[in-house]
Write a protein that binds this ligand. Structure first.
Ligand SMILES: Cc1cc2nc3c(=O)[nH]c(=O)nc-3n(C[C@H](O)[C@H](O)[C@H](O)COP(=O)(O)O)c2cc1C
Length: 160
């Protein structure tokens, strides 16, 4: 399986409803994911989930969104043919005119090599903890890491 590349000036965009069902993807998203627009619209966003992603990161993503907050995260995604690509993603709630959350919006950019060199071993650790002792064990490792880096995920992730 090969790593797919894209330019640092490009942005990969998708939108979902409140349950994480895809409602929009831009052309770069389609190109990298290797699916047609028909296959993606109406599909759950985990259609591009890569098995190397630790569950704890998606738990944090959904917990944060449900608190009406945005999140930044490094994510490895899987194309239809098994190829992969790393992204630095920002995911935010979208609101209607009454302030009610109507869905979520994600913009992803090419991550720096320096940050991916930090994230890869971290996710590897989290995944092996998860395989060994479930999400509780990976959560413990994750919280310990955050404690030794100032205690806050958002500060940690934007600092690497
Ligand atoms: C706007 C938005 C964008 C998302 N983008 C991705 C993504 O690029 N890759 C991914 O694996 N999950 C993404 N997710 C999270 C998925 O909805 C899902 O939680 C994740 O793939 C893990 O699958 P699971 O929840 O079935 O375990 C996104 C969610 C939202 C709301």
């Amino acid at each position: 399986m090969k790593e797919l590349s894209f330019d640092e000036t490009e942005m990969i965009v998708s939108k979902t409803d409140t349950k994480g069902t895809i409602t929009y993807c831009n052309s770069l998203f389609l190109k990298l994911a290797g699916y047609t627009e028909n296959e993606l619209l109406g599909a759950p966003h985990n259609i591009i989930r890569h098995p190397d992603m630790p569950k704890i990161i998606f738990k944090l993503l959904w917990d944060t969104l449900k608190q009406d907050k945005e999140i930044y995260a490094y994510v490895i995604n899987r194309a239809k043919n098994g190829d992969y690509y790393w992204v630095f993603a920002n995911v935010t709630p979208s609101y209607d005119h009454k302030g009610k959350v109507v869905g979520y919006y994600s913009v992803r950019r090419k991550p720096s090599k320096k940050s991916i060199d930090i994230i890869k071993p971290l996710y590897k650790n989290l995944l092996s903890a998860e395989k060994h002792g479930g999400i509780n064990e990976s959560e413990k490792i994750f919280n310990d890491l955050l404690s030794s880096n100032g205690g806050r995920y958002d500060q940690f992730i934007l600092s690497i």
